[in-house]
Design a protein around this ligand. Structure first.
Ligand SMILES: [Zn+2]
Length: 173
């Protein structure tokens, strides 16, 4: 396993639509391991492949947040939202590609998602609470969409400028 570099916004790769995964291979399983390790190390509760510059429709997540909770790593390949509740909830969201910036985003409270797992099996599950927010946030990444795209332009620009500054500082070391 290896830690991967997480892309920081703004980056053109974070705005691209990722391609469907054609087959579940050993390479893909290794990629999933790397993504989970990178997510836990960050630490974060979700990571989509485009965030580590892999333009494939795959994401990992684990929203079992409490310290004493049993880890619940999930790997979703080619995930698709097939149903959303009419009820909507507001969560304060953050993103490993937009470090230390948080904002409230409104999304459907519950979603039903289909995907392929690492054994190549078709899965279907309903998510609520933090899991629902997380899975929608991560699937957005596969479509080149960030949580700041839901914010008013001024707020979005403010965050983007902060990230540009952060990237300049990181480049200088
Ligand atoms: Zn994110």
């Amino acid at each position: 396993m290896a830690l991967r570099n997480i892309l920081i916004h703004p980056d053109p790769r974070l705005k691209k639509v990722a391609a469907p995964v054609a087959a579940v291979t050993d390479d893909l399983r290794r990629l999933a391991d790397d993504m989970l390790e990178t997510m836990y190390d960050a630490p974060g509760i979700g990571l989509a492949a485009p965030q580590i510059a892999v333009m494939s429709r795959m994401l990992v997540m684990d929203c079992s947040k409490e310290d004493d909770a049993t880890p619940e790593p999930m790997v979703l390949i080619n995930p698709e939202v097939v149903w959303t509740s009419e009820d909507r909830s507001v969560y304060e969201e953050g993103c490993l590609s937009i470090p230390e910036q948080y904002a409230e985003v409104e999304r459907p409270t519950e979603v039903e998602v289909t995907w392929t797992d690492l054994d190549g099996q078709a899965k279907r599950e309903r998510f609520d609470g933090l899991w629902a927010t997380c899975v929608q946030h991560e699937i957005d990444h596969l479509d080149g969409k960030l949580f700041i795209d839901y914010l008013k332009p001024l707020k979005r620009q403010m965050i983007t400028r902060k990230m540009q500054k952060l990237k300049r500082e990181m480049a200088r070391g």
